[in-house]
Design a protein. Structure first.
Lengths: 330, 330
């Protein structure tokens, strides 16, 4: 018996050793062995190694991630805008007056050019699709949409339009004691409908834009009614403010892709001690989309210049990523 | 050698057993063995026992706590108001014009009655003491105050005016897999100056009222400037809204002491599954203060009626608590 247990223990130890060493060899298998990956691994090593001059206590290992264009795609339009458009289409039969009324008539006619010509149009669609219902009703509508809607170009579910290398990066940071947060201009309640399952990020670690709400009691049951008014915009200057109000800690690493993330990266990397800033550059027209300084969606211009000036890592999706999207289940 | 290690292991095991059994016997030593304590222990047992029909997964064990009057005292005035008054006194030498100017002249003259006669007066003091500086500067001012200022009645530091039974309750819930949050009308950045050390609640688990802020770069260094405008009021109806925006989960247990907590307890206890609502009733004039339906600070009136109607636990500080405040270091 004793010899048998000893053998078993040895086998188990070897197996564990193999598993651990595979993991240690390549925690980021979808990343090519380029400077970007080396910079990530180097930073994580420096802040986690006991005795390192850059060591950071686990509770202070806060990493913040933008969502649109950083964790999932954002072309041809932000997915939350597509949700609003689809929702207006679904509601149109109950609103015959919309046939004559801009911007709703653009949606019904499928005239995207007219719809996107005026920034106010999308806001009107957002108000109709995101307000006037309880928080529970909204969550159900979004989850139903995420279950069924397909991306117009790839035919994938939107939750399969996430970046596999970033999913690995999130897991790698968490395995190294980091607490990962989303800090996005997207709606906080919209993101919570998929972020836990898709990214492993729980609801209480998501910072986003929010609507005003009204607390009401209907038939003895309390409800939160979503109002068509903005409570907080978590974009540009709003990102460091959102970090301060919601998280209350200074991140040590921040990840973005556009000028909307510039202030978050400035705020994060300005702190004392080891800091890390990373920008995902969309330069892969073949496997994804190529856009930067002149794009209406996800413009990367000033933040790119600042990245160069300050030594933030600029990831080339084309050169640094082995794969873009996760494998789909057939 | 072998026998010695075995003996050592046995001693260690026994010691651990003793420690654990003391803990298991009485996780709440400052609570008397009354119905309130039994209800708490019963609820925790039901939601944590595998196989129980009321079992709740650890990630959904969210418990929210009011701060003023629930975790620390709030008499004779909210401690954050006392901070504002002390701050105005400290700034007065730089503002000779305040001698003639209400409400500042009331502070300088020590006329509390005149000061508290008009609700707008405190708001003016809050603006002067809480805005016009960076977030880092504000944190330093609050921490200095907490280090030095003493409560006018007890002579204790304000961080020693916390309720020992509630400190034990927080630890007991966390030991049972709960995530504990503060959801308070107090300023979120004010509370973060002491909550981690005092309550073991980290910054990212504190929901509170907040000011608007401005992001600025001074000498290449990004800063957040606090503005004298309100961003969000986390009180009454604002508490379920704050829970929804900041936490994004439905709490299964909520703890408060006043009408400001009524909606949080309604929202928490209305959900499906096992739920727990608890109100701390300040009925101990000898060891603390006795106040409820008619108090200006921490009024407990409508929430008390609802507690009775809905079976929320009403804790008598006089009868249910063995001790009120923690022992002080002499």
């Amino acid at each position: 018996m004793k010899t048998r247990s000893a053998k078993l223990a040895l086998v188990l130890a070897l197996l564990l050793g193999v598993i651990c060493s595979v993991h240690a060899d390549d925690p980021l298998p979808s990343w090519n062995d380029t400077a970007s990956k080396k910079a990530i691994v180097d930073f994580v090593g420096r802040v986690t190694k006991a005795g390192s001059p850059d060591f950071v206590k686990p509770e202070e290992r806060v990493a913040t991630f933008d969502n649109d264009g950083t964790l999932w795609a954002e072309q041809p339009i932000y997915f939350q805008f597509q949700f609003a458009i689809d929702r207006v289409k679904a509601l149109a039969p109950q609103h015959p007056e919309w046939k004559e009324q801009p911007p709703f008539k653009f949606v019904i006619a499928g005239d995207m050019k007219a719809l996107l010509a005026d920034g106010k149009s999308m806001m009107a669609l957002m108000a109709v699709s995101h307000a006037g219902m309880t928080t529970d009703e909204f969550t159900k509508i979004v989850k139903d949409w995420l279950r069924d809607a397909k991306h117009p170009k790839t035919g994938r579910l939107y939750t399969q339009m996430v970046y596999q290398p970033m999913i690995e990066l999130l897991a790698y940071l968490r395995a190294n004691g980091f607490k990962t947060f989303i800090v996005s201009g997207g709606g906080v309640e919209f993101m919570r409908c998929f972020a836990e399952q898709t990214y492993g990020i729980p609801p209480e670690q998501i910072v986003g834009s929010s609507s005003k709400m009204k607390y009401e009691i209907h038939g003895g049951k309390p409800e939160l009614l979503r109002l068509p008014e903005v409570q907080f915009v978590d974009d540009k200057q709003g990102k460091p403010i959102g970090i301060e109000i919601f998280i209350g800690r200074h991140p040590i690493a921040a990840f973005g892709n556009s000028d909307g993330d510039q202030q978050m990266l400035e705020w994060t990397t300005a702190g004392s001690g080891a800091r890390f800033g990373l920008i995902v550059h969309h330069d892969d027209a073949e496997r994804e989309w190529a856009y930067d300084r002149k794009s209406e969606i996800g413009r990367l211009d000033k933040a790119w210049d600042e990245a160069t000036a300050k030594g933030w890592i600029v990831v080339s999706m084309k050169n640094d990523w082995k794969t873009i999207f996760p494998p789909t289940k057939e």
